[in-house]
Design a protein around this ligand. Structure first.
Ligand code: ZN
Length: 217
């Protein structure tokens, strides 16, 4: 995942996670420019090969401040079958009411040109699937990205199970518009960010002393 560091300069830098994500420490974060050059971080560490997912989407989308790329089993399955698109069926999936495009190239996004191609597929949307590979989710902040990523795979799992039960009635445009009108995204993100960080602390994965710096009181 990545987070935009500065918002004003054209050559904005961003931090990027690398190596073993499960053992990530603050000193493992890298600050890179949009060409993938490391500007700050340990000299012996390199950004991930798929950094161009992040650089090219951030370059094209000033509204996006955080990007996640992962390989969830269920959501990715929807790129493998005919006539069964990934559609919003759970209320929080109204986030993707304008569609979830599918990038046709399953290869790694390890070049500027493949990053630009994926960014073009994403267009103005908040998420895209990459065929036989994984997903890209975009958000306005790191906490929002975490919450959206959880809801994204949840929605895919629910659709998968509902399809086994019978004909699926996806959320209508009206239902999603109505949900969004009454939905307080800021409060929801804050609540779940706190919840998941609390779980991380309980499970020994997040040091408790990090919480103030992560915005949790
Ligand atoms: Zn990947």
């Amino acid at each position: 995942m990545s987070a935009r560091v500065c918002r004003t300069e054209r050559a904005c830098s961003f931090s990027h996670l690398m190596i073993s994500r499960a053992a990530l420490e603050p000193e493992d974060l890298l600050v890179c420019d949009f060409d993938g050059t490391v500007l700050d971080g340990a000299a012996n560490k390199k950004p991930p090969r798929e950094i161009f997912i992040h650089t090219e989407i951030m370059r094209a989308r000033p509204d996006v401040n955080s990007i996640g790329h992962f390989h969830p089993e269920t959501a990715t399955m929807f790129t493998l079958v005919e006539d069964r698109p990934l559609i919003p069926v759970k209320n929080h999936a109204a986030r993707w009411m304008d569609g979830i495009p599918v990038h046709p190239d399953p290869g790694h996004i390890n070049s500027v040109s493949s990053g630009k191609s994926l960014s073009a597929t994403l267009g103005p949307h908040h998420a895209a699937l990459i065929r036989a590979h994984g997903v890209v989710v975009t958000a306005e902040s790191v906490p929002a990205l975490l919450v959206d990523s959880v809801h994204f795979e949840e929605n895919a799992k629910t659709l998968f199970h509902a399809a086994a039960l019978g004909t699926v009635r996806g959320l209508s445009r009206d239902e999603m518009t109505s949900f969004m009108e009454r939905f307080n995204r800021t409060a929801h993100v804050e609540k779940l960010w706190k919840y998941y960080l609390g779980r991380g602390v309980d499970e020994g994965k997040v040091p408790g002393e990090w919480l103030p710096a992560l915005g949790v009181r």
